[in-house]
Design a protein around this ligand. Structure first.
Ligand code: SF4
Length: 463
């Protein structure tokens, strides 16, 4: 749950990266950073601080980030925990020159690599998995930067999208399973931008060129995109994360060939076919379930209403790093519209159910506002397994659907009925071209090996 952006070949690289990060703020709110390289002076600069993008970067700071090459990162609480030392970009002077690197994803052999490197005498400045990538690049015996980076990436397991600069050369890579998204766009003023989602291209009026392919390592220099390596192991069926479509990505982004809004509407329509409820109105849990609720309304014929208003000036509770203040935050975050809800049989559509505590507080709020009945519908299947590929989720024991039956959950939530989209129904909605997806948090089918778990290390579930 992080966002990454890079710009190559544009004198406004830092400002364009800033704008890209701004549009990816939903992917993490804990820290933000940008590193640039100025080829006229041969120097690199970096700003990274805790806070939102708009708080971290001032005019003065952006002015100091000179050069036509930049990488940027926004961070959610990652493997290794909070703290400025764990913020990105990571920046080092390497044999090849000034190296800056950002990473989105979660390595599943992080502890195994880190222990080996520590045994060999490596010193770490942070506790994040991304730092092992920098060490592996620095220690590679290969000659060229291309080969060193490919050598390092070939040793990684799990989920990663990486953007790295070596002086003014930009590298981009996506793991062979393709868990996280990474797209390339052409900037109107010249140069290229790469980002986690297409919404970061839209904000700077860049034109989408293509995705970085699963297992591809790209080098960008002087505006030329060159695919320099195909990373092992070869995976016949990439596994892009379906939860990006369900919840995480912005609805105006285009991912895996689908506009996120279109995918979510399809989930909602299918949910209405599979889990019909007798209601007077359909409402969404805003904002992530808006599209699914519209789809549910279209397919069921039940009118869509705005029954809950979201206060945008607090963070999403799902991605708050600790449990502290969760219930309080629900009331800070949502307000019921009494006139819409009073006396109505309300069908509430949400994208997913994780711990269930937020949803229960919401149901109380709806009943207090006069709802006669509350029928809860989830536009994804029960989340029963943690994610080890970069989406923050609680442990298996904390996931409500791994502990309770549907009826037990219905009682816990205090709703009149509860219904989930089926796994088959979800996949049917986004398989127009035969795509395959990671569905491990719904099915327990983990494809990228969980090396750290196999070797007895505690696995983290974050990016
Ligand atoms: S386990 Fe779930 S959240 Fe994690 S990558 Fe797979 S589909 Fe996405």
């Amino acid at each position: 749950m992080c966002g990454i952006v890079a710009v190559s070949g544009n004198p406004e690289a830092a400002r364009l990266t800033y704008l890209g990060l701004y549009s990816l703020q939903h992917r993490g709110q804990e820290a933000a950073g940008i590193a640039t390289f100025d080829s006229s002076t041969g120097t690199s600069s970096r700003v990274r601080e805790a806070g939102l993008v708009s708080d971290v970067f001032t005019e003065d700071k952006l002015d100091k980030l000179r050069g036509a090459t930049a990488v940027g990162h926004i961070r959610y609480s990652t493997a290794g925990g909070a703290g400025l030392k764990n913020a990105q970009p990571i920046r080092e002077i390497s044999r090849s020159g000034h190296l800056a690197l950002v990473h989105n994803g979660n390595l599943t052999n992080f502890h195994a690599i880190r222990d080996r490197l520590l045994d060999e005498g490596a010193l770490f400045q942070s506790t994040i998995d991304s730092e092992v990538i920098v060490h592996l690049i620095a220690r590679s015996r290969d000659i060229t930067p291309d080969a060193r980076i490919a050598d390092a990436l070939a040793q990684l397991e799990g989920a990663y999208c990486i953007l790295a600069t070596v002086n003014d050369t930009l590298y981009a890579a996506r793991d062979p399973y393709g868990y996280r998204p990474l797209v390339i766009g052409a900037l109107p003023g010249g140069g290229l931008i790469l980002a986690s989602e297409t919404c970061a291209l839209d904000i700077v009026k860049a034109t989408y060129i293509r995705d970085v392919e699963p297992g591809e390592l790209i080098r960008i220099r002087d505006g030329e995109i060159e695919s320099v390596a195909c990373l092992q192991p070869y995976v016949p069926e990439p596994q892009p994360c379906i939860f990006e479509l369900v919840y995480f990505a912005r609805p105006d982004s285009r991912l895996w060939g689908y506009t996120v809004d279109r995918a979510r509407r399809a989930f909602g329509r299918k949910l209405a076919q599979e889990q019909r409820a007798d209601g007077d109105i359909v409402i969404s849990v805003p904002d992530s379930a808006n599209s699914a609720a519209v789809g549910y309304s279209e397919a069921s014929g039940i009118p869509f209403e705005l029954g809950l208003i979201r206060n945008h000036y607090v963070g999403r509770t799902f991605i708050t790093p600790t449990q502290t203040g969760r219930d309080f935050k629900v009331r800070m975050k949502f307000s019921p519209v009494h006139e819409v809800l009073s006396g109505k049989r309300v069908v509430v559509v949400d994208d997913s159910l994780v711990r269930g505590t937020t949803s229960r507080a919401l149901v109380h709020m709806l009943r207090d506002a006069g709802a006669a009945e509350v029928h809860f519908r989830l536009a994804s299947p029960p989340v029963r397994w943690p994610c080890f590929y970069g989406i923050d989720m609680p442990t298996k024991e904390e996931l409500i659907a791994s502990r309770m039956t549907i009826e037990e959950m219905r009682e816990f939530l205090e709703v009149d009925s509860l219904g989930y989209l089926s796994p088959e129904g979800m996949i049917d909605c986004v398989r127009e071209n035969g795509e395959s997806y990671c569905t491990a948090c719904f099915t327990g089918d983990y494809r990228a090996p969980l090396v750290d778990a196999q070797e007895g290390f505690a696995m983290s579930s974050h990016c």
